[in-house]
Design a protein around this ligand. Structure first.
Ligand code: ADP
Length: 376
């Protein structure tokens, strides 16, 4: 017979070739539950050779004991009713290896009918590695969470306990200052002033750290009207706004469900940075906007200030990281770390986009809840 493409495609050889090269284990059974097809991948997955299993009941080979009854009744039910809940979909279960080891698999069972004969084919994958990776990932996430909590507790305890000795140092420096007020040796006065400055600065750092670790403690979610929050921040910053002749444009903002004190602090830090890091001799122009994206509110605060080089875009959100000395611009470098923690408390993120010399846009997202709305 002349070989045509059609009879090559439909030949048994072709079927074998496909079966042999399939990445899934392919196991087919007849209506008695006996194995009729067992491809090489099935051999690799379960350890049984084809000759060992053909003709044997599936439930006595790779089905773990706890699923045997289920398998038998499912098969009977399908033959009587033509219905089966697990057919034609992907599901996860466990299987037995020849060596007795039970392992997780993912499979699809497809009922088939050929020349009035019913049979069932299962396409099976060993998912042990995937499950192990998932477990490892979960453990890693839990470890990270625990470590974060420990670190926060440590920051709280450390900053809390540092206050006491620091108070003592400041107190005695104050006494020394009084004691030496008529001192003629200029160095003595100079050194005392250095100590005062350093202990003042350390006092601020300790307070900042304490605030940071307290952020969001004992908080309650409530409706927060961002329009109101921003207005409060503007009135707190009124002097800085007037002095710098800042122009601030604010789009209508939503009422979100959040932590009001923290939200105020977030806007306060971003706005005061936009005022602080302005270009010399140029009044700040600041825009506050918001966009609704799928399930988050995406806010933005844009300024026309000095901008930030791309290499610092991540670093500025780390606690106590600053790009300037305290003589150039006041601050301790905690503001953006606060902002990061606050957005994370609201299941959101914060990031910056900026062009040095032209300005910066700080974006942050807040998870939207069903109760959130635009103020009308
Ligand atoms: P601080 O303001 O106390 O320095 P922040 O954590 O608020 O601390 O900011 C960290 C650094 O990020 C700042 O020192 C500054 O270099 C940079 N920065 C923050 N906001 C802006 C801004 N709007 N424009 C330019 N640089 C900014």
């Amino acid at each position: 017979m002349k070989e045509t493409k059609e009879n090559i495609w439909s030949s048994e050889e072709t079927t074998r070739l496909i079966m042999n090269s399939a990445l899934d284990a392919i196991v087919c059974i007849d209506t008695d539950g006996c194995i009729i097809i067992w491809n090489p991948q099935a051999e690799r997955t379960f350890g049984f050779t084809e000759t060992e299993v053909i003709g044997r009941r599936l439930s006595e080979t790779i089905v773990p004991e706890q699923y045997r009854a289920l398998h038998e009744t499912g098969l009977k039910k399908y033959l009587n009713t033509r219905q089966g809940t697990v057919l034609n979909k992907v599901f996860e279960i466990s299987a037995l290896h020849r060596n007795g080891h039970e392992f997780p698999i993912e499979l699809t069972i497809v009922p088939m009918r050929l020349k009035e004969h019913d049979f069932f084919c299962a396409f099976i994958r060993d998912i042990s590695e995937r499950q192990e990776a998932e477990t490892r990932h979960q453990q890693y996430a839990e470890d990270l969470k625990r470590k974060n909590i420990e670190l926060e507790q440590f920051a709280y305890v450390a900053s809390h306990d540092l206050q006491e000795p620091l108070r003592t140092v400041s107190g005695f420096v104050e006494l020394l200052k009084r004691h030496y007020k008529n001192e003629t040796d200029e160095n003595v006065i100079k050194y005392i002033n250095y100590i005062t400055d350093a202990s003042d600065r350390m006092w601020r750092l300790v307070q900042d750290l304490l605030d940071y670790s307290r952020l969001g403690r004992e908080r309650i979610l409530e409706p927060v009207d961002c329009n109101k929050v921003v207005q409060e921040v503007l009135s707190d910053l009124a002097i800085a706004i007037q002095e710098s002749k800042a122009v601030i444009n604010i789009d209508p903002l939503p009422v979100i469900s959040g932590y009001s004190t923290e939200m105020k602090q977030l806007f306060q830090n971003l706005l005061s940075n936009s005022l602080k890091f302005r270009k010399p001799g140029e009044p700040p122009v600041i825009n506050i906007s918001v966009m609704l994206r799928e399930d988050t509110w995406q806010f933005s605060v844009t300024d026309n200030g000095i901008g930030i080089d791309e290499k610092y875009w991540e670093r500025i959100f780390v606690i106590f990281q600053r790009l300037h000395t305290k003589n150039e611009y006041e601050g301790t470098g905690i503001g953006l770390a606060h902002c990061k923690k606050i957005t994370e408390l609201h299941n959101g993120k914060i990031w910056v986009d900026s062009t040095p010399g032209e300005g910066s846009t700080f974006y942050f997202t807040i998870k939207k809840r069903n109760t959130d709305k635009w103020k009308v």
